[in-house]
Design a protein around this ligand. Structure first.
Ligand code: NAD
Length: 286
């Protein structure tokens, strides 16, 4: 719609590399159009040595805000004036709001996951969940779940280079929220079975199940699952991972990663515009 952009149109951006595959421009521009809001969302593929200049430039141009994706979610923090508690604990920012020249950063990935659970009618507040993984996605989920009032989180990760982060995430959650959190090696199958048995939700927050690991699941033993266990995956391509297929066969309610993508965007949209994203219109373009 060429006539949509005018001299008044406000800019919202996205800084990352690579980024041309991102669904965010389509999501946000669809939402602006649906609500008749005079904003345009553009993706900027920038190199690491351009990050500081890009932030300065967006600020100087009066951009309303921007998203940040890999590999800049942590690197952008020193360039901002203030960050949220979730960003401090995750050491990650995916959304910047330009408050009249003051740059406020927050992370909406975990909020997106929690909103997506609510959208599916799944309630974990005051209950226990088990999370597989401790990378970017898993950290955002665990920290937000703890901040939102989940009672206990058991984190499992392979004894790989990431494992110290699992312990660090559990420690941060214990020290900064009212949530109980512990980290365990994924190889300890009996502990995994016991923690799942006392949880209402099991989340795969690793990349196992997509790309070269499509068809692979960290859970292969159906007897670890039960029909009232909510099973979720952060992966959205494929729509049903091997883990979610196994869960469906057991009769578990399941949720893939599409809602997390949608609602992390919806939360950013609300922070920039003060309006709720028209998610039904946006779901059609995802
Ligand atoms: P990351 O690289 O930060 O973390 C990877 C995690 O996977 C680590 O915990 C690592 O130990 C684990 N892992 C990797 N290979 C493994 C293996 N063979 N066995 C056991 N564990 C293994 O990645 P990330 O940024 O956290 O992304 C993880 C997944 O989440 C990706 O598939 C990504 O596409 C998805 N993601 C989805 C959303 C969403 O909104 N739905 C958002 C962010 C990321």
């Amino acid at each position: 719609m060429p006539q949509r952009i005018t001299g008044h149109t406000e800019l919202i951006g996205l800084l990352a590399t690579p980024i041309r595959h991102s669904k965010s421009p389509m999501m946000h521009n669809t939402a602006f159009e649906a609500l008749g809001l005079d904003y345009a969302y553009l993706a900027f593929d920038i190199q690491p040595d351009q990050l500081a200049d890009s932030v300065k430039g967006l600020k100087a141009l009066g951009a309303k805000g921007w998203n940040v994706s890999m590999p800049y979610k942590t690197a952008i923090i020193p360039l901002l004036d203030e960050i949220s508690e979730a960003s401090r604990l995750c050491e990650s920012v995916n959304t910047v709001i330009n408050q009249d020249g003051r740059l406020y950063g927050t992370v909406t990935d975990g909020t997106g996951y929690m909103m997506s659970l609510r959208d599916c009618g799944f309630d974990v507040i005051g209950k226990k969940m088990t999370v597989l993984g401790c990378g970017g996605a898993a950290t955002a989920i665990c920290i937000q779940a703890a901040l939102d009032g989940v009672k206990e989180i058991s984190i499992f990760n392979a004894s790989d280079a990431f494992f110290p982060r699992a312990e660090e995430n559990a420690r941060k959650i214990r020290e900064n929220t009212g949530c109980i959190a512990n980290a365990y090696p994924l190889e300890d199958k009996e502990r995994l079975r016991a923690e799942i048995a006392s949880s209402v939700l099991l989340a795969n927050a690793t990349n196992v199940g997509m790309g070269k690991l499509e068809g692979v699941s960290l859970i292969t033993d159906k007897t670890m699952l039960r029909p009232d266990l909510i099973c979720t995956d952060v992966i959205y391509t494929p729509e049903e991972t091997a883990f979610l297929k196994l869960a469906r066969e057991v009769g578990c309610p399941t949720m893939n990663g599409t809602g997390m993508v949608l609602y992390q965007g919806a939360e950013a949209f609300r922070l920039w515009t003060g309006k709720e994203m028209p998610v039904d219109a946006v779901k059609k373009v995802l």
